[in-house]
Design a protein around this ligand. Sequence first.
Ligand code: FE2
Ligand code: FE2
Ligand code: FE2
Length: 477
Amino acid sequence: MMSIPLSDSVHSYASNRLFRDAGENEVLLGETPYRRPTRTFDNAFINYERPLTRGTQASNSALSTHRLLINIYEADGVFLPHAAYDGFWDDFQAFYSAENIAHGESIRHALENKAFSFLQNDVEVTGPWTADTVIEFFKSFLKDQAETRDAEANNSPVLAAILNSRDPERCAKHYLIQLAPDFLSEASAMARVAPGSYGDIQSAIFNILIDEYGASVHANKHSTLFENTLQSVGLSPDIHTYWQFYHSTSLCLTNYFHYITKNKRLFFRYIGALFYTEASLVNVTKKQSEMLRKVFGAGVNTKYFDEHHHIDQHHGEMALQRVIIPALERFGDQVASEILRGYLEFQFLEELADADLIAQFDFFERLENDRCNAEKFYHEITNGERNVSLETFVECAGERSTTHTHPDHRLLVIESGKMDFWPLAGDPLSLTAGDILFIPRHRLHGSVVTSDECVYHQPVAESETKELHQNPQSHEV
Ligand SMILES: [Fe+2]
Ligand SMILES: [Fe+2]
Ligand SMILES: [Fe+2]
């Protein structure tokens, strides 16, 4: 039997109308949980067989891979809109159709390999780890977390970037949006390990799961608490409203938990990652809560974060005492490295996500300052001092680019017409003729043409990075 090329299978999946490029009025995608645009045109140029690396976590191919993967994983969950809307039944059918599921499953393994195989090299589990040494290491991590419980938000680089921004509210909202793919359907991945039969460990995990689900009181479900946070700062609580503004590295965190719970062979990795997240959230959520109150004042609802600061003291302890230790006592050294691997992999992915977000905030902060350098660079191209292609585009009113990133540093030069441009979620910059921006490599952005016609140039500025940009390292993931 002839096998179908992977790129064709990706195309078959992504050509579902729900996953096609965003239309003119789809900057936000509120009423439907099913509409999740990818950039189907770009997909044709992505090699899905080539694994992502540490340095390409914020690339367009990472963005595409993680958008596709979360769509595949989330078809395992029940997603319904808060209210019925025209076309709901058709969308519901299209998202959960046997054909969509089959197409997704046909590419899932390859996409998982592309997304996560780099961890095998980049996260080293060296040394002769045993059940005892892993337990000791985890106990000391819990102790460290308890001792640094009162650290301030400024001690987290990503939260400090928000607090020190020229527009902290905007950055804080963009940050909350990055948490939404995980928090608005919180613990869905954990629910994947509820079935089966594995003794008291199973019941301990179920105990944590029940807490995440508010012990069946919907108002106390953690996702409901997060909806309240979003609403309190004027953001929509509807799932994936801000789909276009999710970074690939944020989607990666959610997808990682789906990956290690969907594939039961990774169960021991999962419990290591579970311990890390439950134990570290105690501190993280306290700082997040403090940052939100500093930025938004008394009006912000921080119960989601305050509740985690409280309950994750128990969850970290439970994950260690009732999940990790019994598993290591029963299965011994053979699972020790795998449990530690889950802990280290998720910790590493969080570091990458934080670095990516800091780079995005830095891009936003520098838009004005970089403008002078960008203008100088552009004039050198037009003078003939630099031999760089202008890369000219002519687009019509309403033409939209689904948010994306570029593999190289580029200028955006508006020659005529108007364009709305988003460097972060929120109000766009209105660009007009003569405006010039510098868009660093891997920085997420989107645009829509708002005049009858817009002529613009996107010359590559990569090789001249150092001249154009004072601190290019800050843009590396
Ligand atoms: Fe939670
Ligand atoms: Fe928890
Ligand atoms: Fe672009």
